[in-house]
Structure formats: C-alpha cells, structure tokens
Design a protein around this ligand. Structure first.
Ligand code: PLP
Length: 445
C-alpha cells in the first residue's frame, strides 16, 4: 500500500482507525483542558499565516503531522469558543454527541440534492425539524428545513417574501442583526430601518407608517436582539402584517432556543402570526456551527421561489427536495448532529442546560445591581448588559484589559448611545465559579 511520504505521483492511503483514535484523543484532551488557554487568541494579525509554509507539500504527509500542527500552529491562533469563560457575542456551544455526529456526517458525505441522493438526510432533517418545533412549543403547521446560518435563512425568507408580494421594501429595527441589512443589500431590496423604544423594541407606530406606503414585502421582527436580547412587539407587528398582506419573518436566532423551557415562552407571543421563523441550534442548542433552522407556514411559497430542476435531477414521484426551499443545491447532513444532541440530552437535559445559563446570567446581574460602581443596563435570558459608572473610554479600557488578560472574553455594544459591556452565557461546561471569576476579573481582583 502506498503511504504518505512515498514520493510525488502517488495517491497515499491512510489508517483511519489509528489517526481517528489519535484525533478523538486530541479532541477530548482539548475540551478537558480548554481552561488552561487564554480565552481570546493573543496573536497579532499575520502571526498564524507567517508560521505556515507558503506552498503546499509536493508529497503527501502523514495525518499525524496535521495533528501535531494543531498544537504548534493552530491553537495559538484559536479564540476558544469552547472555553467555559467565553462570554462574548452569543456564546455558542458544541457538545460531545454532536461533535461525533459531525465525524459521521463527514464520513457519509451525503449531498442531498434530491430525495434519492440521500433519503436518510432528507427525511431525518424533516423529522428533527418536527422534533425541534415540538421542543420549542411552536404548535402545529410548520415546515422546517436547515440552512447553514441565520444570514442564509433570512435571505431565503426575504426571497420568498419578494416573490410572493411583488414588493421589495423590508422593514426592520435599528437593533436587528446586521445580516438582515446585508441580505437586503445582496437581494437589491430596499432597507427601511425604524426606531426603537427605550427597551430597544421596534416601534409599532413606525412599522405601521411604513406599511401605509403599500410597498413593503416583509417586516423582520427580532425575538432576542444581538445587542440586548430585547424582543420586538411581534403580536402587534404580526397583526399589522396580516392586515396588509405583508410577510412577517421572525429572527429568533439566539432566543428561540430558550423556548425549549415553557417558562421562557412568553417571548414567543406573536410567532404564531409569522410566515417564517429562524432559530439557530448552533447558538444555544448544543450543536456545533453550522445549523440554522428555518420554519415556515408556507412551504409552497418557498418552493415557488426556489424550485429550478435541471434535467439531470429530474425524478418522478419522489418527495420534494429540501434544496427547493433555499439557495443551496448540495446540502450536507446537518440534521445528524442535531438529532444526536436532541437524543443524547433529551428534552429534560436541554431544558436544564438552558435554565442553568439563564440562572447564571441573573446571578451575575444581581452582583452588578448590588454594586454602586456598576450599572445594570439590561438583562434578558442569558445575556447581561452592564457598564462601569464612568466614561465610554473607561468601559472600553475594561473590555481591553480583561480580554488581554486571557482570563475571560467579553464584548461591548452601544445602547442608547452609551458603550455597554455584554456578558453572554451559553457554553455547555460554564459553571457558577466561571461566572464568579468573570465578576472578580472585571473588578480587577
Ligand atoms: N440574528 C441574530 C439575532 C443574531 O444574534 C445573529 C448572530 O449572532 C444572527 C442573526 C446571524 O447569525 P448567523 O451567524 O447564523 O448568520
């Protein structure tokens, strides 16, 4: 058998068992020891590129060299999203069952172009989407499929909204995620950004004014904004959309996962009026990136907007392909990792994981509120927005100090024209001690 290193012009073969066991050991060691790394990568731009050869090797190398370079070259340039003290952006989490399912998905390498190209991928995706709708308490009548990211899910929803309404204006709030504006730009649609109230919620009156103009394709209502996890008034906006025949897309990319717990479903009000809804299991549902669930009440409208079947993919009497609901034709087996996470954690495990994150965030918010040197600006689900009682510059300096220390990693945002710090909890193995440690670090202790 040819081996890597045998020379140019040879196709090497590999020992998946030996390399695979070593790789799983590497992954397990990494996750067990993630705490020992500085959370935010401490390299300078260009450092990682400079430590790599300019050209690929002429002759194949054994996989062990790749694994060795994970430690030597790659880890120094890793910001550790799977570190228990990663509190930035929306902290996302992988999980052991879903990591292994990714390996299986890559092994099977399914490309679900049409049903016959991968009956299992097509059907498991439909079943997991129906399990997810049930887990989140969405009720009946939703069709779900998986896109890579919320950016793509919203893009698909806006394409469908334009196709259905014949209009091209899209209304969303100044606090909607930037992906909405980017999607609008990609599609050559017209962005209409409206103001928010002091709780960072889209103003219904401003939406009503826009709808009066009679040229709106869609309103994007956010359930859990990125800066503050605030909730737009979806019930009122939904009624307005319904009365005007305007498509309502709800972006619950982060907060939708919390609906796994009945006590957090208050923020789901109005979602029953939505024409489409995005929830990202790759944020807070124990599934590694990428996995974005796009639900709709109008699967036919998506099919009308997206179906183009070239001759080579034509088949008679087969179920529709999930490629007919969005931009990508070759769709990978993303449902496998969601299925693994849902089965292995179960409803109870997922609920306890979400509840623990919310509890930890509220503990932290309590410490902020009790300390006169700090101000609690907003707390919602597992996100706390707070600031040091000082200038914007002092607050930015705190972010820089704690991130450079490597002890924790947080981000900032701007709310009501002030710099505010954000602590987002979402990683599976974050403990109460990690959150207490974050508070000490922020206080310079
Ligand atoms: N919508 C909201 C509310 C988000 O917070 C984010 C990302 O954090 C997105 C959309 C974009 O998600 P993605 O990276 O999956 O495109």
């Amino acid at each position: 058998m040819p081996q890597p290193d045998d020379g140019p012009g040879v196709i090497p073969t590999f020992d998946l068992r030996r390399d695979g066991y070593a790789t799983v050991d590497w992954a397990a060691n990494y996750l067990e020891n993630a705490r020992k790394y500085p959370v935010m990568a401490q390299v300078k731009p260009g450092d990682i590129a400079a430590s790599l050869p300019e050209r690929m090797p002429e002759t194949g190398e054994p996989f062990s060299t790749v694994l060795a370079d994970m430690d030597r070259v790659i880890l120094p340039g890793i910001t550790h999203w799977q570190h228990p003290r990663f509190f930035s952006y929306f902290a996302t989490t992988s999980s052991e069952p879903a990591i292994l399912a990714e390996l299986l998905a890559a092994t099977l390498n399914q490309v679900a172009l049409v049903w016959r190209a991968s009956p299992a991928s097509t059907e498991l995706e439909q079943v997991t989407m129906s399990w997810l709708a049930d887990l989140l308490g969405l009720g009946e009548g939703w069709h779900g499929h998986i896109e890579d990211t919320a950016s793509t899910s919203t893009l698909a929803a806006l394409v469908t909204a334009r196709h259905r309404t014949g209009h091209s204006a899209v209304v969303f709030s100044e606090h909607a995620h930037s992906s909405v504006e980017k999607d609008v730009r990609i599609l050559g649609m017209e962005a209409r950004k409206v103001a928010t109230d002091p709780e960072f919620r889209m103003l219904t009156s401003a939406v009503a004014e826009q709808l009066e103009r009679g040229d709106v394709a869609a309103v994007v209502s956010t359930a859990g904004t990125t800066s503050a996890a605030s909730f737009d008034p979806t019930p009122e906006i939904g009624e307005l959309c319904r009365a005007r025949g305007v498509w309502l897309h709800v972006d619950a990319a982060y907060a939708g996962s919390a609906w796994a717990c009945p006590e957090f479903r208050g923020s789901q009000a109005g979602v029953e009026l939505a024409d489409s809804l995005v929830v990202n299991p790759h944020k807070w549902l124990l599934v590694p990136s990428d996995c974005s669930a796009l639900f709709t009440r109008h699967p036919g409208a998506f099919r009308e907007a997206f179906t183009i079947v070239p001759e080579y993919l034509r088949t008679d009497d087969e179920p529709p392909s999930l490629a007919d609901y969005g931009p990508a034709l070759g769709r990978r087996f993303r449902s496998l990792k969601l299925w693994a996470a849902m089965r292995c954690f179960g409803r109870g495990g997922i609920q306890e994981f979400i509840r623990r994150g919310v509890r930890l965030a509220h503990d932290f918010a309590g410490w902020v509120e009790a300390d006169p040197r700090w101000e609690l600006v907003h707390v919602s689900l597992s996100l706390v927005c707070f600031r040091f009682n000082g200038t914007d510059e002092e607050n930015l300096a705190i972010v820089e100090r704690v991130n450079r220390s490597g002890d924790i990693f947080i981000t900032h945002t701007r709310l009501a024209d002030r710099i505010v710090l954000r602590l987002a909890i979402g990683y599976l193995h974050t403990t109460a001690e990690d959150v207490a440690f974050a508070w000490s670090t922020l206080n310079g202790r």
